[in-house]
Write a protein that binds this ligand. Structure first.
Ligand code: HC1
Ligand code: SF4
Length: 556
């Protein structure tokens, strides 16, 4: 009898032979190569080391639990230690994983993956130098199998043609069109090339380590926001039913990982709906810069600036929901005695670049410090051994824990449009909401169009996803076709199909979209203008600051 405190949570001892068993009872899958409960304890691999309150490292498998012990299972020092062991093992290990009988069932491979070992500090055998110039993706031609999926994706779907094969015959390699590093090649960071790459030749950048460092720093308050599309993409990888309260489980897991506060980007999306609707109304009144282009997708914004600088005045001045929300949160905590580190969990790779843009800094300060993708969050949850299917859901934190269904559907293509239409519609009845759902902006098509009456006129509206589809629409607009409002998402299907998500082909992408609409149906508030939390911000925190915190200059 008695208790041992594991990562701050008291766990009752019930005759466990060692700390490892007690830690597993606490829902943490501590890694080990050599521990089997039915065999004698060998204690050789040292993977299951944990830290005591006094700072000593002990092997959990060969340490008896004692009343009052305080144990940490996941500190920067332990992570460094585990990675070092794996790197040393790998250094001596044959790396022909793909042709190994044990491939996919090998623990070394599995743990190397779980701890994100992507580089060995010991000599390897590939000569190719990765191109790490982009903030979003890394290109390592040494791992390329020349399948060309990325080349076709970048040109056919995204209309950019950045990636190409260089040289001929046996010297053929993947590279950028002009031979420049990715960051200087016009890449918009959409990551769709990484999403289709079958090997490690194009991978999404990893910002997890810096997030772990912040979490491990007692003088830092780490605040997170979770994007709408994330909640509908984790169930399969984390082995739980999509019908479970996934957002609640994500919040609980993130608290467990050490995030101090967890908020929902949908709250930021509600702010965007209010600001963007007001902007549209102003432009309609003044009859200028129509159509209004949405600005929440950073890959689309850089595409437009690069390919059509003459159309930049059409872009909404709204910061993206991620950036609006981060600015509001930073304002709220500005007098905190701790350093504030803001982490955004996004389905998107381009958000990594957006976060660092000069024009989005306020008073020289970057509002979002780190963007991690859905896949990176899944890895962090796995790295800590949290059993997602079993964790009890928790609520979002106050004071920003309220969002509407309108904010939630931002995560699927056409969702921003529908949310704005809800705001503009003068009929606030449930029947009007249902009618809007059948207006043609839902579904998987790359271009969706509708017309609505507003301010005594008929507005023409389009929602488009995939940059080639956007380009086709821009051509029509430049040829004289009139639109009033155009939503563009760079990734096919919108954020739900973002390159930071676990890979999803057509059907599962559609499933994600359905789940977002289901979450909207279940939400008790469906219109952004009815979010009382957001409304109260205008009379408080945002007073006199709405322009500064919620908008940006695209020419800056
Ligand atoms: Fe998106 Fe958005 S919807 S851009 O697709 O406007 O990434 O999910 O968070 O900012 O809300 C992404 C998603 C996301 C923003 C919102
Ligand atoms: Fe092309 Fe997008 Fe890949 Fe950049 S991230 S190379 S724009 S597909």
């Amino acid at each position: 009898t008695g208790y041992v405190t594991i990562d701050g949570i008291p766990i009752a001892m019930e005759g466990e032979k060692n700390l490892l068993e007690l830690i597993r009872k606490a829902g943490i899958d501590l890694p080990t190569f050599c521990y089997y409960s039915e065999l004698s304890v060998y204690g050789a691999c040292r993977m299951c080391m944990v830290e005591t309150k006094e700072g000593a490292m002990v092997a959990a498998c060969s340490t008896q639990p004692k009343e009052g012990m305080e144990i940490l299972t996941n500190t920067p020092r332990l992570r460094r230690h585990r990675k070092m062991i794996l790197e040393l093992l790998l250094a001596k290990h044959c790396r022909d994983c793909t042709i190994c009988e044990k491939n996919g069932r090998c623990r070394l491979q599995e743990l190397a993956n779980r701890f994100g070992i992507t580089r060995l500090r010991f000599p390897g055998d590939t000569e190719a130098r990765p191109d790490a110039s982009s903030r979003c993706i890394t290109l390592d031609t040494g791992k390329c199998i020349l399948c060309g999926d990325c080349v076709r994706m970048c040109s056919e779907v995204q209309n950019l043609g950045i990636l190409t094969f260089r040289n001929r015959g046996s010297r053929m390699t993947l590279g950028t069109r002009d031979g420049k590093p990715l960051a200087k090649s016009g890449c918009v960071g959409c990551g769709q090339c990484a999403a289709v790459c079958p090997t490690g030749a194009i991978v999404v950048k990893n910002d997890r380590e810096r997030v772990w460092e912040a979490i491990g720093d007692p003088d830092t308050k780490v605040i997170a926001q979770i994007a709408p599309a994330v909640r509908v993409a984790v169930a399969e990888e984390l082995r739980c039913a999509p019908t479970d309260n996934i957002l609640g489980k994500l919040v609980a897991s993130m608290h467990r990982l050490g995030f101090d506060e967890v908020f929902d980007t949908c709250t930021g999306a509600d702010l965007t709906v209010l600001e963007e609707s007001a902007e549209l109304i102003a432009r309609l009144e003044e009859n200028r810069d129509l159509p209004l282009f949405t600005s929440c997708c950073p890959a689309w914004v850089s595409y437009l600036k690069q390919k059509h600088p003459e159309l930049v005045s059409h872009l909404s001045s709204c910061r993206s929901p991620m950036e609006m929300f981060a600015a509001v949160i930073r304002e709220q905590y500005k007098s905190s005695r701790k350093n504030i580190v803001h982490v955004a969990v996004m389905p998107c790779t381009a958000k990594k670049e957006e976060a660092a843009l000069e024009r989005l800094k306020i008073g020289g300060i970057q509002q979002v410090d780190y963007v991690i993708t859905t896949q990176e969050l899944i890895r962090m949850i796995r790295e800590c051994g949290i059993l997602f299917s079993e964790i009890e859901p928790e609520g979002l934190d106050m004071p920003f824990g309220a969002a509407t269904g309108a904010g939630t559907i931002f995560g699927t293509a056409g969702g921003v449009t529908e949310a704005v239409l809800r705001r503009l519609s003068s009929d606030k009845s449930p029947a009007a909401l249902r009618e809007l759902a059948f207006r043609g902006v839902r579904g998987a098509a790359g271009l969706k169009e509708t017309e609505v009456s507003c301010m005594g006129r008929t507005l023409r509206i389009a929602a488009v996803s995939g940059l080639k589809n956007a380009e086709d629409l821009l051509t029509r607009i430049q040829e004289g076709e009139h639109y009033d409002f155009v939503e563009v998402m760079a990734c096919p299907g919108g954020c739900a199909g973002g390159a930071g998500q676990p890979f999803a082909a057509g059907d599962s992408r559609r499933q994600r979209s359905k789940e977002l609409y289901a979450a909207d149906r279940m939400s008790s508030i469906k219109r952004s203008e009815e979010n009382s939390l957001v409304l109260s911000l205008y009379g408080g925190l945002l007073k006199g600051k709405a322009r500064k915190l919620l908008h940006t200059e695209h020419n800056g």
